[in-house]
Design a protein. Sequence first.
Length: 162
Amino acid sequence: MSPRESTPADVAAHAERPLRADARRNRENLIAVARAAFTAADDTVPLEDIAREAGVGIGTLYRHFPTREALVEAVYGAELDHAGWASGRIATPTSRERITAAIETILTAGARTGSLRADVGPEDVTALILGVFLSTATNSTPEQTGRLLDLIVDALQPKTHQ
């Protein structure tokens, strides 16, 4: 099967595996080069040109992005990831899922050790953090941002019964 004939299951399986450091650098570099090429071009940019400019072979490009659409989506997603926090929202479901999964890992570990409440869901914490970033994006002071983050940390600590 050629790289262009990857099945959705192949792509999903590949996406779930953590990348080696060199593969992650190649992927990030491909996205950066593609972003610059797509922005500067008036017409379709050949994927071979993107691979060459990124210093990798076309096979490496296709291992990371089996289709042109996958590359365009990755460029767009990276752009949204970069702008999403500043605007106080997470613009893509994938970004929100990654952030929520990271928060869930922290909450689970904290609940296991007793340092964090076990009854708080990761989506709730994501919403709280987004509220802080939205406030930051709409002219809050650094002091207010600090107080809001302190409130989140306080809310996540286990309730003590006296």
